[in-house]
Design a protein around this ligand. Structure first.
Ligand SMILES: O=C(O)CCC(=O)C(=O)O
Ligand SMILES: [Fe+2]
Length: 317
């Protein structure tokens, strides 16, 4: 029996994007591990299949240290050269399925606050113009889903982020998502709802499309609005900018680090894959969010909407 977990006000691991895949399908069960990482990941450099070995432990240590230092770790060329082309073709093939939901958002994905000045971060809205390919469009035979479902990969991520275990989302739209940025499109300054996300770039644009972030600019102790306002005004003094390349894997704690993807220049799309995991099994994003982000719901969301609305007052956006 599947238990549903809703995003609640206190929830740290909620779905920003995606919604589910074939909910009842055995293939999507938690901890499935039906495909080897051989050839998909550079296991010589990143021994995910031997994390208890010396090299594995060194890798974990290094990732943890970097995450502690600035909430972000990038594993360059995680996907080896010979698999890159297949990977790029894969998201290229999937990208026409992207749903574009052009909206204006502030960094908090919230309403404006008229009691604050126009310059206040809560009142700073910018275009969000990226598209998302939902998880149920990403088949079990794809490279990216094989990586997503792989037990060694999951164990690696869990160990690095310091969680006993992590689980695939039970949400068929939000579990695995391709983020598509076309020419002129951007993902403006924001925080993630998820405590951490794992992304893999599969295609880089000719220009722009840079990932920029302000490490740890806010914390559970405070929003630090003053500093956030400076960043939005163009102060780059505390920013880090990543030159992500296809095949790089990024693990990022986006809840405390303000971040954005700058506008894409040129006619080549920028693609990143977003792997979403949760602390508990059975996690499903809110139906309204699925509708907003993917332009539709999965059957499981419709069911939740029918059954669970009396709990809606405890849900946040
Ligand atoms: O595409 C990326 O590099 C990251 C996008 C991002 O920040 C997000 O989807 O929340
Ligand atoms: Fe983000």
């Amino acid at each position: 029996m599947i238990h549903f977990h809703y995003e609640t006000a206190g929830s740290k691991l909620s779905s920003v994007y995606s919604e589910p895949e074939q909910f009842m399908s055995v293939d999507t069960s938690v901890n499935a591990n039906d495909a080897s990482l051989d050839g998909l990941i550079d296991l010589a450099r990143y021994p995910l299949n031997d994390l208890d070995g010396e090299a594995g432990r060194a890798l974990i240590d290094q990732c943890r240290r970097q995450l502690e230092d600035d909430g972000c770790v990038v594993l360059k060329n995680f996907v080896p050269e010979q698999a890159l082309e297949r990977l790029e073709r894969e998201t290229e093939r999937l990208s026409p399925e992207a749903h574009y939901n052009q909206t204006e958002t502030n960094p908090y994905n919230s309403d404006a606050d008229p009691s604050k000045p126009a310059s206040h971060p809560l009142n700073r809205f910018d275009d969000r113009t990226n598209g998302f390919v939902a998880g149920d469009r990403i088949g079990n035979d794809t490279i990216i889903r094989q990586v997503y479902r792989n037990a060694d990969f999951q164990r690696f991520i869990a160990t690095v982020v310091g969680m006993e275990e992590i689980h695939q989302y039970a949400d068929p739209l939000a579990d695995l998502v391709v983020n598509v940025l076309r020419e002129g499109c951007q993902h403006p300054w924001h925080y993630d709802t998820n405590e951490f996300i794992v992304t893999m770039m599969t295609r880089q644009s000719h220009g722009g499309g840079r990932f920029e972030y302000a490490p740890g600019i806010r914390s559970p102790e405070g929003e630090n609005f003053e500093e956030v306002e400076k960043v939005i005004d163009g102060d780059r003094s505390r920013l880090k900018s990543l030159d992500l390349q296809p095949g790089d894997l990024q693990i990022f704690f986006g809840r405390y680090s303000l971040h954005r993807v700058t506008p894409v220049e040129g006619d080549k799309e920028r693609h990143t894959v977003i792997f979403a995991y949760a602390k508990e099994p059975g996690f499903i994003g809110r139906p309204e969010r699925a509708q907003r982000i993917f332009g539709r719901m999965a059957p499981v969301h419709e069911q939740l909407l029918k059954d669970g609305m009396e709990r809606s007052d405890s849900l946040v956006d």
